[in-house]
Design a protein around this ligand. Structure first.
Ligand code: BES
Ligand code: MN
Ligand code: ZN
Length: 519
């Protein structure tokens, strides 16, 4: 299932003399203020290569059509001028005045370059890296981009694909000092982080018939045990006995029964910091149930477990990176199917925290399983709770395919936004309005699952408002709706490949670091 892993190391020898299959340099686009006008600007790091070309490198690249635009990769045969047989120039956009490119620019460029060089065994990156305090963040970005751009889902094709080139096996990153401790630590972190992102992508891209709740729970539990995490798996009998009405209701329409997987990481000595709980939506396939979805595009609902996949993979990275705070994950898993045993509109469900929910639309299943998992996390005890889910089509309508929606405690929402901004996974805070809660008053139960008038106004916000009912007062929480950003249906771009993106793994790991550092 898993795609071959790219390895990454640092070098500090002259890039012009590196024995690699291709060397990547950065080029900035024309700004109109250059001399001569319209010239490409070479990114720093490529000086010795430019010298080997007698100063004619940018001119040659321009002849080959290079504009320096973001994402552009132009390859050039070096014909003996330098050791590597190919130079690949990756576009970085306009040069930021007096500064190195932003980390996300470097991350996308490294991803685009490594992706374009599929088929090459060994590739070196000589990209512009700052030599000041920004150096570690820039190196982290380049390493992450390169390792993620090299991702490819193994897939299920039974015949060899002669035109398909293998992902790059080995990446070298040119830095001033390859033995520098900070730099080596950044590479090790990037490996752990991108392993988690890649595993998330693999799980999301796996066919839904191969990853029904029991199989998904087994895969997660096995990987977590191997990583040294504590694992608890509740099966359908344990869920029923434990009062997890929401998870049982959604799972009861499928022959593949639901699960709740709990993973715990405890730092050496127990840790004194705030206790972090992570919750992820694990609907292994969402047909909508009795409130069935239209056929068009329904297959994409194989990605409805992207939140659980991201949280599980994040826990594996936590086990490897060993932060000083305790982190516990809760992964409710169910398959939302229509059948003679399905839950139905009109049902009233008794949830884990005792609240009664009136079901109005079985396609609003995510909040049903998440509510139980959130209530369990609060019952176990936590200080911060981050929950992530492909919860609403409304998120995509409001914020598009790149920006996640965040709802919850104001301070924590802001921390999610800042963390997302730092790692290139943008997220935007959204409100939890009183009138939306009023619209969810039920005639018979404590709350309706969606707006009783079934109108879609504030669709994404209804999800957040519902989940809030299951968070206890002392817990600061944030709900991250990743319906759009977790899955990329278009062609590969930057370090995003087609299919699962791995959002929000890097945000969650950044948040764990943030809590470890700042409480
Ligand atoms: N899994 C879907 C949300 C979704 C939509 C994720 C598009 C990714 C892309 C969720 O379970 C769902 O069906 N939501 C409904 C909610 C409605 C019934 C209140 C929706 O968005 O229409
Ligand atoms: Mn649904
Ligand atoms: Zn769903």
């Amino acid at each position: 299932m898993t795609s071959p892993r790219t390895t990454l190391s640092l070098v500090d020898t002259d890039p012009a003399e590196l024995a690699v299959d291709a060397i990547v340099i950065g080029v900035h686009s024309q700004t109109g203020e250059q001399d001569p006008p319209g010239a490409l600007l070479l990114g720093s790091g490529a000086e010795s290569i430019a010298a080997a070309f007698d100063g004619r490198l940018t001119e040659t690249l321009a002849l080959l059509g290079a504009t320096g635009g973001p994402g552009e990769v132009i390859k050039l045969a070096t014909l003996g001028t330098i050791t590597a047989p190919v130079v690949a120039a990756v576009g970085l956009g306009p040069e930021p005045t007096g500064a190195a490119p932003a980390p996300e620019t470097l991350r996308r460029a490294a991803g685009a370059a490594v992706r374009a060089l599929a088929g090459a065994g060994r590739v070196a990156l000589a990209l512009p890296l700052p030599d000041d305090d920004d150096a570690p963040a820039a190196l982290r970005a380049v390493a992450e981009g390169a390792l993620l751009g090299g991702y490819r889902f193994a897939g299920y094709k039974t015949r060899p694909q002669p035109t398909r080139r293998e992902p790059v096996a080995e990446v070298l990153v040119a830095v001033p000092d390859a033995a520098d401790a900070t730099a080596t630590a950044e590479v090790a972190r990037a490996q752990a982080v991108t392993d988690a992102v890649r595993l998330t992508r693999d799980w999301v891209n796996t066919a839904p018939n191969e990853l029904r709740p029991p199989a998904f729970a087994d895969a997660v539990a096995g990987a977590a045990r191997d990583a040294g995490l504590d694992v608890e798996v509740l099966d359908e009998a344990a869920l029923a006995a434990g009062g997890y009405g929401g998870i049982i209701a959604v799972g009861q329409g499928s022959e593949a029964p639901p699960r709740l997987v709990k993973l715990s990481y405890t730092p050496a000595g127990g840790g004194t910091g705030k206790r972090v709980a992570l919750v992820g939506k694990g609907i292994t396939f969402d047909t909508g149930g009795i409130s069935i979805k239209p056929a068009q595009g329904m297959w994409e609902m194989k990605s409805d477990m992207a939140g659980a996949a991201a949280v599980a993979a994040t826990m594996l990275a936590v086990a490897a990176l060993k932060p000083s705070v305790p982190v516990t994950a809760y992964l409710p898993m169910a398959e939302n199917m229509p059948s003679g045993t399905s839950y139905r509109p009109g049902d009233v469900i008794s949830m884990f925290n005792g609240k009664k929910v009136e079901v109005l639309n079985t396609d609003a299943e995510g909040r049903m399983i998440l509510a139980d998992a959130i209530a369990r996390a609060c019952a176990d005890g936590c200080d911060y709770l981050f929950e992530t889910s492909t919860l609403t089509g409304g998120q995509v309508v409001a914020l598009g395919k790149r920006i996640s929606g965040v709802m919850g405690t104001a301070e924590l929402c802001e921390r999610v936004r800042t963390a997302g901004d730092a790692v290139g996974e943008p997220a935007w805070p959204m409100p939890l309005p009183d009138d939306v809660r009023k619209g969810m008053e039920s005639d018979v139960a404590d709350i309706s699952q969606v707006n009783a008038g079934m109108d879609r106004a504030g669709h994404m916000l209804q999800g957040g408002v519902f989940l809030r009912e299951f968070v206890t007062d002392e817990v600061a929480w944030a709900h991250i709706d990743i319906a759009g950003p977790s899955y990329h249906s278009g062609e590969a771009t930057g370090y995003w490949t087609k299919g699962g993106t791995g959002v929000p793994v890097r945000t969650l790991l950044q948040l764990v670091d943030d809590v470890a550092a700042n409480g």
